[in-house]
Design a protein around this ligand. Structure first.
Ligand SMILES: [Zn+2]
Length: 211
């Protein structure tokens, strides 16, 4: 499918954008810091890590799949998904929209693929190629995003937040947060000053961003 062959930004481009905290690149790549196991947005206010200690990912789920935890300062897991391909009506984009709407919270990947009119294996391959993670990993990231939002912006009890965010059980909710942040959801609830980071949605892909 030639339509989808859009290359990822190269290391040098990412590295320069990160070192100057270029907001134009927010959502276009994510930085994993090998020495801390944390991943960040290009606009992170924390002192930048040395170039030899970083690795770049095309999406938040890809960084998480590689074992990195989201930074608590720049909150990379809430950055917009930036699909690394051309075309605004692609299968992956439609899939991400449906996943964000919660189709994988109750349904299966097979059902999602059927709804999109593609095979399950084909869908998984497209996900690997374009966001570097599976549909289920993307669903997990979206659930965590919803939960983090409710934890930070509401005073709902954790049980309520777990179900509203799409987790099947409170146990699963706690386990995912422990795995991702190394702490329970209730420990995440503390007054946090909103980061002085633009939250605009980025629609551009890898290529259009640096031509
Ligand atoms: Zn950060």
């Amino acid at each position: 499918m030639r339509h989808y062959t859009v290359r990822m930004l190269d290391f040098e481009t990412c590295d320069q954008a990160r070192l100057r905290r270029d907001a134009e690149y927010d959502g276009l790549f994510f930085t994993g810091v090998k020495t801390t196991g944390i991943y960040c947005r290009p606009v992170c206010p924390v002192k930048p890590a040395l170039t030899r200690n970083v690795v770049y990912f095309p999406s938040a789920p890809a960084a998480e799949r590689a074992g990195f935890r989201p930074c608590l300062r720049c909150r990379p897991e809430t950055a917009p998904f930036c699909p690394a391909w051309k075309g605004s009506k692609s299968t992956v984009e439609r899939a991400l929209k449906l996943i964000d709407d919660g189709v994988l919270d109750n349904g299966t990947v097979d059902q999602l693929a059927e709804r999109l009119g593609v095979g399950t294996r084909h869908l998984s391959r497209l996900f690997q190629r374009h966001i570097g993670a599976s549909p289920l990993q993307a669903a997990k990231t979206f659930r965590v995003q919803r939960a983090k939002r409710l934890i930070n912006e509401s005073s709902l009890p954790m049980t309520e937040i777990a179900f509203r965010s799409g987790f099947k059980s409170v146990r699963r909710f706690n386990a995912v947060f422990l795995e991702l942040y190394g702490r329970s959801p209730s420990k995440m609830r503390r007054p946090v000053k909103p980061a002085a980071i633009p939250r605009r949605k980025i629609e551009t892909g890898w290529v259009s961003a640096h031509v």
